[in-house]
Design a protein around this ligand. Structure first.
Ligand code: ADP
Ligand code: MG
Ligand code: MG
Length: 876
């Protein structure tokens, strides 16, 4: 077997860059060994072994066992001890470790190699009876749990009973005799539960443990963790077999974890926790409260100093913040693990900028170190992380818009507004929201809906406002009339406090403390670096000056989508709008539109003024008209009076306007085609506003929605052009403007070459494009998409993360067809995907000019666009 595959590497053979094969833990243990750090020796069984183990019906590949035996002999030689030798026993730790770190997800077994005989030998050798029994007790517990699958609580019950009879609080207070008794009780319990003896052969123990680690790769926890963290394409876990060092040998021994910098704030300060007279799992298990790392200096100055040296050495070597595990055995320091430490978004930003300033890394590396998505944490109010662990949520919805909201439950938009006016903090709770709820949404701290997906009305509007929103919270049953909601048998009434976590989708009853975001100077610096490397421009979706101001503050370079209909809901406007819809003829509509014109004009003026010459794309009226119709009797009365007709007449009209499928009905450019006077009025408002501003840089971009046929576009273009040119020439102005379209109907994408002959720009409306390409109603996805994701039919919600294989093809094709006709055709995206990092990378690769997203996502988009550019350079 000359060319037998190598399945086992000892720590002197590996390197940090062999993570795929050795797992992160194994690769770094090898790297630290080579660096000369005090690492207990051992060897790693590769991830490939795990892969073939699974492919081979849980059998080892040929030759692997022999290689393990050889490395074990080497290990025994190095340590001068032997596995299972009572006179001089070698004890082992068996540790999992995949290429991506999955902390705590898979299993570790410590003190392996002990049995009824070896434990006596260990006592003789160390002259420390308590230590030996403590180790055996721990071993049986871990092995019994992980390998023999006896529940943790069965061990805890025995341990707790012993502590209770002794009247003590901590494990460390148990003496050798107690521990010895516990050992035999454990063994008896295992025998009873599993009908098997606790295995006494150390070799057998070792292979059983190796199997268990391989098995843990596919435990539920690990599978879920990989899914949640997008970890894909790995071979499996490696298994590290390492000689033990003992933190439980008494008060001069201990164990701990530490970070080279503070993982919460990023501050360049040594941070960690440890426990004396303890083994690994004790620190995390919270049995005793661990000590702050700084105090270790007093306990053992020499070990502390050594640890500080390791800190400096490792950070310099890895050029990133390290998360390390160490053990002190009778005063001597050993390193057991190092990896790039997980950190909060704030820490990630600070560490990245600091490390550039310290000359450790360059700006590009710094940019790639910060996950664009994580910036959300910095831009919104958050639930105080300290309090999070103390509260449990009552229900889980979709994390529709990040941040935290605490306030009194309100079920009516008007009322939410009134309460907010009185200075109360409210959370608006609805089965689902409609544009009529805007006033309440705006006044509320946050919004909770029982139905709807990530691009439901509530979700889109809340993100635009930068307001916390939990959508599609199916366990919540809202009774708007009754003024309460029920969740899992609990009733929450109007005025009761609730807390939302829009970042995770959780709902809490009661008030949780929150913390405000703080945008540090480092954040601005990092953003500036991002701007230096990105090619994609970033615009914002904003309808009113207030949102535009936020957008500019976050670095938007224009407005990619101004949804004109959002302006129609406030105060008097909705009345005029309703009049327009309900009018019987052109004259009636014109009369109503004349009332709307001054509002629209002043809105546009405000928006143009705020944007100071930056591009602004205004979309003509788009939504189905029924959204504006009056529903309440009272509103119907008012409108009837206004129009001088009977309420019955209005009701008749409402019935007539009813559509089976409003999303596929009379909306978008179909409105402007059937009612050209709407297009005319809106064009007039845009152009007059622009002219009055006298800003030479200003070139309004007028966007025709929902075009699927070039004739539709031509029809609307003619009206816009005629109206605009007329106004411009009468005003003696030289103002320029552009007319373009949304590509959001599949047929629009398919015929993009024809449309490009006429249009000056395309903006991909990926919300509608996704809806129509997949045939999923975006307001109804909550009923099946979560199940699709669970079943792996869909990987992600296509309304959050662009379906690159399907919808993406249409985008690429339309971009190519469009540019084939007009090489300088400006291309953008204005759907919700414009703020999603992976979709932004797609847009970069598809050659788009800009992405447009809600104002609060602008920084995320800037950084994601930088990542796209950097990754392209790297791979190309
Ligand atoms: P995880 O991946 O869950 O962190 P580890 O394999 O790192 O699991 O093991 C958990 C803990 O067990 C370590 O933090 C360490 O304290 C302890 N441990 C692991 N290997 C050894 C060893 N060789 N000697 C002493 N303690 C160990
Ligand atoms: Mg660990
Ligand atoms: Mg649309």
């Amino acid at each position: 077997m000359a060319d037998e595959k190598k399945y086992v590497y000892d720590f002197s053979e590996g390197k940090a860059n062999m993570k795929e094969l050795l797992g992160g833990k194994g690769a770094n243990l090898a790297e630290m060994t080579t660096l000369g750090l005090p690492v207990p020796f051992g060897f790693t069984i590769t991830t490939e072994t795990c892969d073939s183990y699974y492919k081979n019906n849980k059998k080892y590949p040929a030759g692997m066992e022999k290689q393990v035996d050889e490395k074990l002999i080497l290990l025994e030689k190095k340590m001068g001890m032997k596995l299972g030798d009572p006179a001089n026993p070698l004890l082992l730790s068996i540790r999992s470790g995949a290429a991506s770190s999955m902390p705590g997800m898979m299993d570790t077994i410590l003190n392996l190699g002990l049995n009824d005989v070896v434990v006596e030998g260990l006592i003789k050798k160390t002259n420390n009876e308590r230590f030996a029994w403590d180790s055996y007790r721990r071993f049986i517990q871990m092995f019994g749990n992980v390998v023999m699958e006896v529940e943790h609580k069965d061990f805890e019950a025995i341990l707790d009973k012993k502590k209770e009879t002794k009247g003590i609080e901590y494990d460390t207070q148990l003496d050798a005799n107690d521990l010895k008794e516990i050992v035999s009780e454990y063994k008896a319990m295992i025998k009873k539960k599993t009908k098997r003896e606790f295995p006494q052969s150390p070799k057998e123990q070792m292979f059983m443990a190796i199997n268990a680690v391989f098995g843990s790769w596919n435990n539920d926890r690990a599978i879920l963790y990989r899914k949640l963290n997008d970890i894909k394409g790995l071979l499996g876990t490696a298994v590290n077999v390492q000689s033990m060092v003992f933190g439980n040998m008494g008060d001069s021994s201990g164990t701990g974890v530490c970070f080279t910098r503070d993982p919460a704030t990023g501050e360049n300060k040594f941070y960690g926790e440890y426990l004396m007279n303890a083994q690994g799992e004790d620190v995390v298990a919270g049995i005793r409260t661990p000590q702050k790392l700084e105090t270790l200096e007093k306990v053992n100055a020499k070990a502390y100093k050594e640890l500080c040296d390791v800190r400096a050495k490792l950070e310099k070597h890895y050029k990133d913040m390290q998360d390390m595990e160490f053990t002190i055995q009778e005063g001597k320091l050993y390193m057991l693990q190092t990896r790039n430490g997980k950190r909060t978004a704030a820490a990630a930003v600070k560490i990245a900028v600091d490390m550039v300033n310290e000359g450790l890394i360059d700006k590009k590396t710094a940019l790639l170190r910060v996950d664009p998505k994580s910036l959300d944490q910095l831009l919104h109010k958050q639930i105080d992380p300290l309090s999070k662990s103390k509260h449990t949520s009552v229900a889980q919805g979709l994390p529709a818009s990040p941040g935290a909201a605490v306030g009194q439950a309100i079920f009516d938009a008007e009322k939410a507004y009134e309460w907010a006016e009185e200075g109360k903090k409210v959370v608006l709770i609805r089965t689902e929201t409609s544009p009529e709820d805007l006033i309440g949404m705006n006044a509320a701290q946050g919004i909770l809906t029982a139905r709807g997906g990530m691009t439901s009305h509530a979700a889109v509007v809340a993100r635009g406002m930068g307001k916390c929103c939990v959508a599609g919270c199916g366990d919540v049953i809202v009774n708007e009339e009754g003024g309460y909601f029920e969740v899992k048998g609990q009733r929450v009434k109007e005025g009761d406090y609730v807390t939302l976590n829009g970042t995770t989708g959780e709902l809490f009853i009661g008030q949780l403390p929150t913390v405000d975001p703080e945008l540090s100077g480092d954040f601005g610096i990092l953003m500036k670096w991002a701007d230096e490397v990105r090619r994609l421009k970033v615009r914002a979706n904003a309808d009113i000056p207030r949102d535009a101001i936020v957008a500019i503050k976050f670095g938007a370079e224009g407005i990619g989508l101004c949804r004109t209909e959002h302006m129609f809901f406030e105060g008097e406007r909705i009345k005029a709008m309703r009049e327009m819809i309900l009018a019987d003829d052109v004259a009636g509509r014109k009369k109503a539109l004349d009332k709307l014109l001054p509002y629209q004009k002043s809105d546009f003026k405000g928006l143009f003024e705020t944007m100071k010459g930056l591009p602004v794309t205004v979309r003509l009226l788009d939504p189905p008209l029924h959204e504006f119709l009056p529903k309440e009797e009272e509103d119907i009365q008012i409108i009837a009076k206004e129009m001088g007709v009977t309420p019955e007449k209005i009701k008749e009209k409402i019935v007539k306007l009813h559509e089976q499928n409003p999303m596929l009905g009379h909306r978008g450019c179909r409105l402007g085609i059937t009612y050209p006077e709407i297009t005319e009025m809106q064009t007039r408002a845009i152009i007059e506003a622009a002219i009055e501003l006298k800003d030479e840089k200003l070139v309004p971009e007028i966007m025709i929605p929902l075009v699927g046929n070039v004739e539709e576009f031509k029809h609307q273009k003619e009206i816009v052009k005629k109206t605009a040119d007329d106004i411009i020439s009468k005003a003696g102005s030289k103002m320029k403007y552009k007319i373009g379209t949304m590509i959001e109907v599949p047929r629009g994408a398919l015929t993009a070459d024809q449309i490009a002959e006429e249009a000056e720009f395309f903006s991909f409306g990926t919300n509608d494009l996704t809806q129509m390409t997949l045939g999923y109603s975006r307001d109804d996805v909550a009923s099946f998409v979560p199940e699709y994701i669970k079943l792996n039919i869909l990987e992600k919600d296509p309304f959050q993360v662009l379906d690159q294989t399907g919808v993406g093809q249409l985008i690429k094709m339309a971009a190519a067809k469009g540019r084939g006709v007009k090489s300088d055709l400006k291309l953008g995206i204005c759907g919700e995907h414009g703020g999603d990092p992976s979709s932004i990378i797609f847009c970069h690769d598809a050659g788009l000019d800009y992405v447009s997203c809600s104002p609060y996502r602008v920084p995320i988009a800037r950084l994601a666009a930088a990542h796209a550019a950097l990754k392209e350079v790297k791979s190309g």
